[in-house]
Ligand binder design. Sequence first.
Ligand code: BV8
Ligand code: ZN
Length: 240
Amino acid sequence: MAHQPDLLVRARRLIEGASRITALTGAGVSAESGIPTFRGAGGLWRNFRAEDLATPQAFARDPRLVWEWYHWRRGLCAAAQPNAGHLALARLEAARPHFTLVTQNVDGLHARAGSRCVLELHGSLWRTKCSRCVAEWPDSATEGLPVCAACGGAGRPGVVWFGESLDDAVLAASAHAARDCDVLLVVGTSSVVYPAAMLARGRVPGRTVIVINPEPTPANETADLYLQGPSGEVLPALIP
Ligand code: BV8
Ligand code: ZN
């Protein structure tokens, strides 16, 4: 990161001069909190294939296995602490009236870092919903498969699985915030999962896109600035 001081100065100036800022985050922003990413080395999908576990079909086939995988992940996330990157984004929200945080993450670390308004595109590990009716309840933190009090159906993690549609209102608000801003920070995401990835890509007149990631991603193709490095280092340098 030290090799790009001029880029950092440029990015800092863009943030200082922006009136509307949006940040779109992915699993990489939680990597320095010790939570494995999905597709990187040692990633969550390394031991499991996404389609084996993060789909309605997987849950229908073996609800206990899927529930246990999410219970394991909840334990991992509960033991993790927000890192300097999460805290920097919470500072940005506190300092700027027109800041929106959109995350693909389900770990809840942005809220624990103090971010008050977080659009969770893919839901949350900390919510459980019924696989049969519309009931939804706070995470039951049980190791065993929870049962819906309303209809007796099996409880499932309150996340969006592959092949499931995102919440229309959350997606619309996120797309609006990603388009209608002066600066879009794209932090710690491989930008390969749709429709979230669409928010990070493309050119919008008047909008500057800044990618923050140790590795380039498809979002770099249409980004204006690329700050190469871990978000736990770059974000605090960008948002002192
Ligand atoms: C849908 C929740 C309508 C559960 C997840 C259009 C085109 C192509 C494909 C599709 C399309 N539309 C739909 C699809 C199919 C699919 C899809 O996109 N597939 C991909 C894989 C090709 N999308 C869907 O199914 C979506 N639904 O569109 O509904 C529909 C309905 C029926 C049929 C078709 C369409 C639903 C997608 C949501 C799936 N749920 N998670 C759970 O968590 O278990 S996805 C999962 O991936 C997580 O949510 C995660 O957030 C998300 C994205 O991953 P990233 O966050 O980017 O993480 P990743 O590991 O990939 O990358 C980490 C990055 O961090 C890397 O770049 C790395 O370099 C960087 N990094 C590492 N360390 C650091 C760092 N960065 C900064 N600092 C560091 N220290
Ligand atoms: Zn139910």
